[in-house]
Design a protein around this ligand. Structure first.
Ligand SMILES: Cc1cc2nc3c(=O)[nH]c(=O)nc-3n(C[C@H](O)[C@H](O)[C@H](O)COP(=O)(O)OP(=O)(O)OC[C@H]3O[C@@H](n4cnc5c(N)ncnc54)[C@H](O)[C@@H]3O)c2cc1C
Length: 310
């Protein structure tokens, strides 16, 4: 039997949660592309206990999506029939443990983390300075740049398993973390990552590296636009941007969804694009590249929610 929206969420409406809970909530402002419909529930837990309590009371059949900084997510226009969870301030921290490891809350911003670590004599994390996501998102995506990836430095992850409510530490080496791919089950909510501590001799080298990396990025990437960064993963032995450019898609646009003139693997929202415009533009590009080169591009952006037009 199908439950109507109200009875489905009755239980969750009547429990004392500490965090912010909103029903029928607009998601667009929470993603970098600034498009998309509503979530049945939007929940920002105050802390881990609040999150655990929420999940214990959420009907197991209701889907959930854990949102980081929304820099790699496209919510479809028809929205998400379930709960979107966004970790709040209490998951935003960096704690030095000993001379081998430090811990980072899953809601910590990667750019902020790169700068903080550089200033605190920690080497190796400069590559995060151009990745505008959260650490939770970086773990899930195995985010990386300039030949470095999250997996190289990650030791363990504290997770909450939605299936059984268990909180435990898992070792990253027990999972696959490849180029923009990981096999962590979707019911794992990352709460905190433990990373390798590599002491640097001075802070100037790291801060200079960051400065140069940011400068390097500003030239070829439209980072001031509403975008999700690279739209497609690079296929083995190819660069996605080159395949797109050479297949003649350079001037492709659909409504206000445009392929960036600056970087042909970036789709940008030039105004009031819909998620459908962006997705259809992406599909057109996939088709064109396949016709020309026989290579099937795969989305790097996570597309979430019900397909269709409002
Ligand atoms: C201008 C720009 C430049 C970019 N440059 C790069 C780059 O150089 N390299 C690169 O790799 N990426 C890049 N990206 C893409 C993006 O920043 C990364 O993929 C980033 O890691 C996504 O993090 P997020 O928090 O925004 O994730 P979201 O978009 O919020 O979510 C992405 C995925 O992570 C999951 N997730 C998020 N938090 C958690 C959690 N706590 N627990 C479990 N799962 C979670 C989500 O469920 C989803 O599946 C760029 C994006 C932009 C807009």
């Amino acid at each position: 039997m199908m439950l109507d929206i109200n009875s489905k969420y009755n239980r969750i409406k009547n429990i004392p949660l500490k965090g912010k809970i909103i029903f029928n909530y607009e998601l667009a402002s929470y993603t970098w592309l600034k498009t998309g419909g509503k979530a049945d529930i939007f929940f920002a837990p105050k802390d881990t206990n609040d999150l655990k309590f929420f999940l214990e009371n959420l009907n197991k059949n209701i889907p959930f999506f854990i949102l980081g900084a929304g820099s790699n997510t496209l919510f479809r226009d028809l929205g998400f029939n379930g709960a979107v969870i966004k970790l709040s301030k209490s998951f935003d921290y960096i704690k030095f443990i000993n001379n081998k490891e430090f811990k980072v809350g899953a809601a910590t911003n990667c750019i902020k983390m790169a700068r903080f670590l550089a200033k605190n004599y920690t080497a190796g994390y400069e590559f995060f300075s151009g990745i505008p996501g959260s650490i939770g998102g970086a773990i899930k995506m195995n985010a990386g740049a300039y030949g470095f990836e999250t997996s190289q430095y990650l030791i363990k992850i504290k997770i909450l398993n939605r299936k059984n409510g268990e909180i435990k530490n898992i070792l990253s080496k027990d999972y696959q973390m490849n180029y923009r791919y990981t096999n962590f089950p979707d019911e794992y909510i990352f709460l905190e990552g433990t990373f390798k501590y590599l002491r640097s001799k001075n802070t100037t080298d790291s801060l200079n590296k960051i400065k140069n990396l940011i400068k390097e990025r500003q030239l070829p990437q439209p980072i001031q636009e509403k975008t999700s960064g690279s739209t497609f993963k690079n296929p083995k032995n190819f660069k996605a941007w080159k395949l797109i450019q050479d297949s003649g898609c350079k001037n492709y646009k659909l409504g206000k969804a445009h392929l960036s003139k600056m970087h042909s693997n970036f789709i940008i929202n030039k105004g009031n694009a819909t998620s459908n415009d962006i997705e259809r533009l992406g599909e057109e590009i996939i088709k064109k590249v396949y016709e020309k080169f026989g290579v099937k591009l795969v989305w790097e952006i996570k597309i979430i929610g019900r397909k269709g037009i409002c």
